[in-house]
Write a protein that binds this ligand. Structure first.
Ligand code: SF4
Length: 449
């Protein structure tokens, strides 16, 4: 069978789609371009604007392929599938499978069964309370990515119910994987040539604090993964400030391969707004975490998520967000205007901030962030670092070949080097020559390894 997967949304979805690709390939299925596939999988996200409409319009496009081959069928997975569920079957008869994030472990078998004519419609929408292990990691080691970077899921779901977020309703309650299984997966990846691992979860800091926990904390897990011989870079995301333990902060000072970067979503700088968001930390607590991190690892690069125009946010509240952005000095941030998402608590919160006001605040916030980002990058000019090469840079000047790599903090570093097959996945010693708006230019100063 030829299949085509389209992915919307976060890194967790990208990772889920990668896993599904490998699981289908291990059954002899082949990835295909959109025009040639027999099975279409949409892995959906409900965080952004009008998510259902986007999925409906994608399905409308897929419907056109039925003219080419009437046996073509589709599967819809992820958060929108969890919300709309069997409703897809009625509206789009060629949708044969819907699966939520807890149901993905069963998706490859269900697809195979449908393709063989065994089942007409399958819905995998139940939430589970214990993490359901997916097929073993052996398949993933046969298709080692060129970049030698890998993501490893350590948990699924979230228990926090932040008032603006749909995730606990679409991904279910938190369930951690067994630490031994995570460590073994990481070890197998490193043995197969992976040099950088990112541990993934909606709230990694509360790893182990659920039914699936066996008394191993996230800090314990970090130390166990970090000691795998041959692992050069270790990262993790996403990190909820309310759950970050002192041991995790300390790990940044003790673990050499734990990269000096942390994405720590602030969302708002105002205690009143944080309370309405149900974030369960204050500005003061957040700043004390930042202080601890900078003490443990002075070169740590902090990034964040921010929401502007949350219901009830006043100009004074917004000023507190601007103040926090300045005080912390984030290297970069993802900032969004608040918008109502059906089913979340914030929908009923008043007063709403007008769209014009929210846009104006967002612009001020992004201008401030751009200035800070610029300074952070300029401060690195002249320093030496190591770029882990991911591929050719998008920007080429015609005379030289530029390669895109990342420094240990995850910043993009473009380096001019001769064209060569073997550079992807190599570490290249570089000196930073110039700061661009969102990236750095470097020169090679040593032999790639
Ligand atoms: S911590 Fe809050 S924002 Fe993050 S996934 Fe859980 S509910 Fe959503």
């Amino acid at each position: 069978m030829k299949f085509h997967i389209t992915t919307f949304g976060c890194q967790m979805n990208v990772h889920d789609s990668d896993w599904l690709t490998r699981a289908l390939e291990s059954r002899g299925w082949e990835q295909a371009d959109e025009g040639e596939a027999q099975v279409y999988v949409l892995n959906t996200c409900s965080v952004r604007d009008k998510p259902e409409q986007k999925v409906y319009s994608e399905l409308g496009r897929i419907a056109a392929h039925l003219k080419r081959d009437e046996n073509v069928f589709a599967a819809v997975g992820g958060c929108v599938a969890q919300q709309v569920g069997r409703g897809f079957f009625e509206r789009f008869p060629f949708v044969k499978l819907v699966f939520g994030s807890d149901g993905i472990a069963g998706a490859p078998n269900a697809l195979e069964c449908i393709a063989e004519g065994g089942d007409d419609r399958v819905a995998l929408l139940d939430f589970v309370s214990i993490y359901e292990e997916r097929e073993t990691s052996e398949e993933r080691t046969v298709s080692l990515p060129d970049t030698r970077q890998a993501f490893v899921n350590i948990m699924q779901g979230c228990d926090n119910f932040c008032s603006y977020c749909i995730v606990p309703y679409t991904r279910g309650r938190q369930k951690s994987r067994l630490p031994d299984v995570v460590v073994e997966e990481c070890r197998a990846l490193v043995e197969s040539g992976i040099r950088e691992i990112t541990l993934l979860g909606q709230n990694v800091n509360s790893f182990g604090q659920d039914k699936g926990g066996v008394g191993v904390s996230f800090a314990d897990l970090l130390y166990r993964v970090a000691e795998i011989d041959g692992l050069h870079r270790l990262r993790f995301t996403t990190s909820h400030p309310k759950d970050i333990a002192p041991e995790v902060i300390r790990a940044f000072g003790e673990l050499e391969n734990l990269c000096p970067s942390l994405h720590l979503p602030l969302q708002s700088g105002s205690d009143a707004v944080l309370k309405a968001m149900r974030r369960k930390y204050t500005q003061e607590r957040y700043l004390s975490i930042v202080e601890g991190l900078k003490e443990a690892r002075p070169d740590i690069a902090l990034t964040t998520d921010l929401i502007v125009g949350f219901p009830g946010e006043t100009e004074a509240d917004f000023q507190e967000t601007l103040n926090m952005v300045e005080r912390v000095g984030y290297e970069s941030s993802f900032s969004f205007k608040y918008s109502d998402r059906p089913g979340v608590a914030a929908v009923n919160m008043e007063p709403k901030v007008s769209p014009e006001e929210a846009s104006e605040r967002l612009m001020r916030l992004q201008t401030l962030q751009n200035n800070i980002t610029k300074k952070c990058l300029e401060n690195l000019v002249g320093l030496e670092t190591v770029a882990f090469i991911e591929g050719l840079s998008r920007k080429q000047n015609g005379e030289e070949t530029f390669w895109k790599g990342r420094d240990p903090a995850g910043r993009i570093v473009n380096v001019a080097m001769p064209e060569s097959d073997g550079l992807i996945g190599m570490m290249v010693p570089v000196r930073i020559l110039e700061a661009k708006k969102h990236s750095l230019m470097g020169e090679r100063i040593g032999i790639p390894w």
